[in-house]
Design a protein around this ligand. Structure first.
Ligand code: ACO
Length: 321
């Protein structure tokens, strides 16, 4: 059986930066509270008319460039998003159109903050079963469009961005294992009550993120610790075999607690939440790309990706870069 391997990464953040100081003028909050409770200093917000597909396409172009791939090489496109540009066509089809790729399967995956891990696991299965050779896997979000900008408990957290990888057929692994989970019992703790998400009228129809942050926090810490153990055990890996943890970027306190459970020093954990905020499905590939491009993640490194989000959904991947 073939394996799959990441051969290129890319990331894109909208130009507009929204600082904590600006949020102080919008809701009853302080820079100090946001930094202390979340670690976030700033986040990026998409421009009017800039869609999730636009962000995803920009990240995809950079990943294709790094992998040395042209439009003709791509034979599968999966986009993980909670904020599709349109209800249909899928954001994957819109990205496909923008990239000038025609004919290959293209579809979206919706697993909120765990979306990219779900998409990567799906693309890995396509490649390993011979259904694709070169997959473009994207996590892209414009969460700013489903945030209630008068709710201080959520509006300081979420942000926009996109990350992408090229996953290619390979004789050597690559992706060593993926682990996906969901439990719909927790719907009410983190959800968007109305299905009209991402439309320009989102605020009017109350299609915004509602979250019982404190309860989500506790579940996230316990679940991410458990899935890290599950991932190591499935591969007979010890904690010290891991070079990098690339976690979902929701909150530095959750990331620190997970790293502590893994006995990983923070120097081995990629943290971007301070500059990116929580970009949901985009957060893991954006963090991954950041650490690849600044030279921290190197070829051959053993890396755990992990995420937790609405659903609840949670998942992980162990890979050799
Ligand atoms: N500024 C100032 N005060 C605030 C703010 C704010 N922006 N937001 C809340 N507060 C207040 C609350 O009203 C509360 O006040 P009270 O004690 O008078 O009632 C107090 O701060 C403490 O509130 P908590 O909710 O208990 O604060 P907590 O320390 O839990 O931090 C946070 C909140 C940051 C949301 C945290 O709970 C968290 O990160 N949760 C997990 C988020 C997450 O991982 N989500 C999953 C992925 S996202 C997805 O799937 C889309």
């Amino acid at each position: 059986m073939k394996f799959s391997r990441i051969t290129g990464t890319g990331g894109y953040l909208p130009e507009r930066i929204l600082t904590n100081q600006e949020l102080e003028a919008m809701v009853d909050t302080t820079d100090e509270w946001i930094q202390e409770r979340t670690g976030i200093k700033q986040r990026h917000i998409a421009a009017d008319g800039e869609t999730t597909a636009d962000l995803g396409t920009k990240a995809a172009r950079l990943a294709m460039q790094m992998a040395g791939k042209t439009a003709d090489d791509i034979d599968l496109i999966i986009v993980a998003t909670t904020t599709p540009a349109k209800i249909f066509p899928s954001t994957a089809c819109l990205v496909q159109q923008q990239l000038g790729i025609h004919g290959c399967p293209a579809f979206d995956v919706q697993a909120v903050c765990t979306g990219f891990v779900y998409a990567l696991a799906t693309a890995n299965s396509f490649i390993r079963s011979g259904m694709a050779k070169t997959a473009l896997v994207i996590g892209a979000e414009t969460l700013s469009r489903i945030v209630d900008w008068t709710d201080r408990t959520t509006c300081v957290l979420f942000a926009d961005g996109a990350g992408a990888v090229i996953l290619e057929e390979s004789d050597e692994p690559g992706i060593l294992s993926t682990h996906l989970h969901a439990d719909g019992r927790y719907e009410e703790l983190l959800h968007v009550p109305n299905a009209q998400a991402s439309s320009d009228d989102a605020q009017k129809v109350e299609a915004h993120i509602c979250m019982k942050g404190n309860e989500v926090f506790k579940m996230a810490v316990n679940t991410l610790g458990r899935i890290a153990d599950e991932t190591l055990a499935a591969n007979n890996f010890e904690k010290e075999d891991i070079d990098w943890l690339v976690p979902h970027q929701a909150n530095t306190r959750i990331i620190t607690a997970t790293a502590r459970k893994l006995k990983l020093p923070m120097e081995k954990v990629v943290v971007t939440v301070d500059k990116h905020g929580n970009t949901s499905a985009a957060s893991v590939p954006l963090a991954f790309d950041t650490a690849v491009r600044d030279g921290r993640i190197k070829r051959g490194d053993a890396i755990i990706l992990e995420a937790f989000g609405g659903g609840f959904t949670w998942g992980s991947a162990l890979l050799k870069f």
